[in-house]
Design a protein around this ligand. Structure first.
Ligand code: NOJ
Length: 569
């Protein structure tokens, strides 16, 4: 273990940490085949060190047919050749550790690939020893397998179409909440759980520092599967807490090094999240919850958009702040590889306002209580890409949605706005390193289009440049490290009735912090009582010197700017 990594940390060391997410396919391409890889990661470690992040969460690099870009794993103990080799991964771990950065692997165990040996054995015959490792069911009574409506339940997959696929050879259906190439593992079977825990121990022994657990609160299915909303049936299932505690005992309880466990949990609410992360229950360290990113979902599902106002967004996130104030811990994020770009969605990506609003989103997130996550390119203020048509899309979720709805008579023109707004490909365009060809991502033909705005928005134009989005992120990360009030302080929501001002206080011992953030282009006259006692306070961070002066001298917060003030005593 390199000396740079301190292993004598408090159990909750991650309260002052910031996590950076790498989606390897889109991060950097080291071998010129147009697809990001581990050599590409090694090429950009200076960037991570400059930012000052504590942890890297690496989206899946395991062997995979890449049906869902690696979230369909066919071998948990190897690296897919498209990303490199196990030796490359060992090198990444060692190089990160040498810089004092920990590595968290993505743990995808709600499902495997249908090309995983476990599933191949399971589907081989009804009598297979591994048959019960997955969810096999006969056709619905009175129906013939394979015909429409014969599925065991009416559940829909998250990626369109039925959640069941007919297997002609053995005359049964298997369950897949995601694509048909992602069959769900049966966690009721103790051997499955033990195999997962053994695999996790293997990775920890190899040097990784924890896991981000993909859709982990879906792994406990009800004893009987019945018609109805699939999400309702599978979210926070009956044995969920038992399974996570068992995992903790089997994998982490005796683990000698500092580690981090993050449960990605769609549909989780505040009360359940508190239980999952209550340290006394020993389940996971923090949740990754979806409430604020699910606000815009309309009656027709994810791609049917309804408008979301800032007060709605604020109400949701602040309720999570107060709900987990005494017990439990939350991850803080605006975007990731499944969400559109933060500045296009929650900020204002008009060129005049883009940088200011990107920085202001960062100010809010990074001065809240919880562990902030930076998704690759967010620290540059990268934007959505206005995909011209289906031929520019790559994501199975968007493509399946288009195919299904077009088969039902909808036109591409009707469907594209929703896909453009929230399609996952927005987050998956290559990281913009330079203004040069391919944005410095690859010397080959990138697997997905590069945003043309890389000539303006790129890392080279921002590193070390005062006032850049990147340097603002860097300052915020340093602030969390240096100010216990940011890392550990209590939170008081303020001015919650204001339509455009997001304000809150933090307190820890005798330290107080006040965050003021504008979510509009117009200047905001700050309510007088908000500034009582703060006019002489120190500026902990601001989006510009003018923004800080405007607040302290004039009581005005300029459009899309933000300021955090700090005082003691
Ligand atoms: C959540 C992951 O973040 C997403 O990318 C993936 O498609 C699903 N889980 C299925 O693994």
């Amino acid at each position: 273990m390199p000396a740079a990594l301190d292993q004598h940390l408090p159990r909750d060391w991650w309260t002052s940490a910031v996590v950076y997410q790498i989606y390897p396919r889109s991060f950097a391409d080291g071998d010129g085949d147009g697809i990001g890889d581990l050599r590409g990661v090694l090429d950009h470690l200076d960037h991570l060190e400059h930012l000052g992040v504590d942890v890297v969460w690496l989206s899946p690099v395991y062997r995979s047919p890449q049906d869902d870009n690696g979230y369909d794993i066919s071998d948990y103990h190897d690296v897919d050749p498209v990303f490199g080799s196990l030796a490359d991964l060992d090198e990444v771990v060692a190089a990160l550790h040498a810089r004092g950065i920990r590595l968290v692997m993505d743990l995808v165990v709600n499902h495997t690939s249908d090309e995983h040996a476990w599933f191949e054995e399971s589907r081989f015959s009804r009598g297979s020893d591994r048959r019960d490792w997955y969810w096999w069911r006969p056709p619905r009574e009175g129906h013939t397998g394979g015909e429409p409506g014969a599925e065991p339940t009416d559940w829909r997959s998250f990626f369109s179409g039925p959640a069941w696929t007919w297997d002609e050879a053995t005359g049964e259906y298997y369950l897949h909440l995601f694509s048909r190439k992602q069959p769900d593992l049966n966690w009721e079977n103790q051997q499955v759980r033990q195999a997962v825990y053994a695999m996790m121990r293997w990775w920890l022994a190899r040097g990784v520092d924890g896991f981000r657990m993909d859709v982990i609160n879906l792994v406990s299915k009800p004893a009987t599967l019945t018609d109805g909303d699939a999400s309702h049936a599978v979210v926070d299932g009956p044995r969920m807490h038992e399974f996570l505690h068992e995992m903790h005992q089997e994998v982490f309880a005796e683990h000698p090094r500092a580690f981090l466990t993050v449960g990605e949990m769609p549909g989780v609410d505040v009360d359940e999240a508190r239980r999952y992360t209550d340290p006394e229950r020993q389940e996971v360290d923090m949740v990754f919850q979806f409430e604020h990113v699910d606000l815009g979902i309309g009656p027709g599902g994810k791609f049917d958009r309804v408008p979301v106002t800032m007060p709605q967004l604020r109400e949701s996130l602040m309720r999570w702040q107060t709900g987990l104030a005494e017990r439990g811990w939350n991850s803080l994020y605006w975007d990731n590889h499944d969400q559109p770009r933060a500045v296009s969605r929650f900020g204002d990506d008009d060129p005049v306002w883009r940088e200011r609003s990107a920085k202001t989103l960062a100010t809010v997130l990074h001065t809240l209580r919880g562990t902030p996550y930076v998704y690759q390119g967010e620290e540059l203020g990268m934007t959505n890409l206005p995909f011209a048509g289906p031929e520019e899309l790559r994501d199975i979720e968007s493509l399946n949605h288009l195919a299904e709805r077009q088969a039902g008579g909808a036109s591409v023109e009707e469907l594209l706005p929703g896909v453009r707004e929230v399609g996952r490909d927005n987050a998956r365009t290559p990281v913009q390193w330079t203004a040069g060809p391919g944005a410095g991502f690859s010397e080959g033909e990138p697997w997905i289009g590069v945003n043309l705005n890389h000539t303006e928005i790129n890392a080279r134009a921002q590193v070390g440049v005062a006032g850049s989005v990147l340097e603002h992120y860097r300052a915020l990360i340093a602030l969390r490290h240096d100010e216990p009030v940011v890392a550990r302080g209590g939170v008081t929501p303020l001015a919650m009735e204001h339509p455009d001002l997001w304000a809150f206080g933090r307190d820890f011992g005798d330290a107080r912090l006040l965050t003021l953030a504008s979510f509009t282009r117009e200047p905001i006259s700050l309510p007088e009582d908000l500034l009582d006692g703060w006019r002489e306070a120190d500026v902990a961070i601001s989006t510009s010197p003018e923004a800080a002066a405007g607040v302290q001298d004039g009581g005005v917060l300029l459009g899309w700017e933000s300021v955090a003030l700090v005082r003691r005593g």
